[in-house]
Design a protein around this ligand. Structure first.
Ligand code: CP
Length: 304
């Protein structure tokens, strides 16, 4: 059966466990998986800038023994000549076995997935909507450091309005019992009502006070205020440094709290925090490649 990953709910909790188990096996013995994707081709279709997602997908495919074609800039694809996105993807389906696709428009990956007959599509980020493979990365990190998903208090901090990594993580973590959220944002970048309505109001609180909120957290998930999502440059400049996590604020956090960030960071985490053992965001980026290796194998129905 043809499956896609467009948003976290496309996979069951059991699917997630299969993926984490597979990723663990890859981390333990990567050589064993070095030829699993021999003869397979990944289409890496990035209509929006990326470092981690694109390079981790491409590294993942190469490390599985497959190959990659694609582009990292919308201007070099024929969409620049006016071709529709769905026509582009229907064409790519003739050449490739699986596609990872990032696009600035919400719903782009879903739209294309409905036209596919044999090629799985992975949403590598659609506008301010969803970023499910970042969520897989986040969950693998949480599982590594916390050993569980249940009964955790997660602070989501920064741009909760447009932050697709935030939306995807919230949606997935809400599926686990005893998970509560602290939404930490300026008034202008609050979590949209549509996402809050998905969970019981007893499961979240909202604040703009990071220094106080940090005391009660198991996980602090920082996010960037995204210049590219703002209509007004003035508004962006006013909000961009609203939160800066520094060593002073970290003093208020528990010893076993962890700090995650999907990256890229701009100013929202001072570099002095990087040497704190609770700052695990670069480890998080490393997990991203292994879980994407597992995802490619899973969607292609391959085993080592
Ligand atoms: N976390 C993330 O999506 O980073 P990139 O934009 O660099 O891919």
């Amino acid at each position: 059966m043809l499956r896609h990953l467009i948003e976290p709910g496309d996979f069951s909790k059991e699917d997630y466990e299969i993926l984490f188990g597979l990723a663990d096996r890859i981390v333990e013995n990567p050589e064993k998986f070095g030829n699993v994707c021999n003869g397979k081709l990944l289409a890496s279709l990035f209509f929006e800038p990326s470092t981690r997602t694109r390079l981790s997908f491409e590294s993942a495919m190469y490390r599985l023994g497959g190959n990659v074609v694609g582009f990292a800039d919308a201007k070099v694809s024929s969409t620049a000549k006016g071709e529709s996105l769905t026509d582009t993807l229907r064409t790519v389906e003739n050449y490739c076995d699986i596609a990872a696709m990032r696009h600035p428009k919400e719903g782009a990956a879903l739209l294309c997935s409905k036209k596919m007959t044999k090629m799985p599509i992975i949403n590598a980020g659609d506008g301010g909507h969803q970023h499910p493979t970042q969520t897989l990365t986040d969950l693998m990190t949480i599982r590594h450091y916390k050993g569980k998903f249940e009964n955790l208090t997660i602070g989501l901090c920064g741009d909760l309005m447009f932050g697709r990594t935030i939306h995807s993580l919230m949606r997935q973590m809400a599926r686990y019992d005893g998970v509560n959220f602290v939404f930490i944002s300026p008034e202008e970048l609050k979590m949209p009502r549509q996402f809050k309505d998905e969970i019981d109001s007893s499961r979240y609180t909202e604040t703009d006070d990071l220094k106080t909120a940090i005391k009660d957290l198991d996980i602090l998930y920082m996010s960037r205020v995204q210049r590219e999502r703002f209509v007004s440059e003035e508004e962006y400049l006013r909000l961009k440094d609203f939160f800066i996590l520094d060593n002073d604020k970290m003093k208020n956090a528990r010893e076993d709290m962890i700090v995650l960030h999907p990256l890229p960071r701009v100013n929202e985490i001072a570099t002095e925090v990087d040497s704190d053992k609770r700052a695990v965001y670069f480890e998080q980026a490393k997990f991203g490649m292994y879980i994407r290796m597992a995802l490619i194998m899973f969607l292609l129905g391959l085993e080592a």
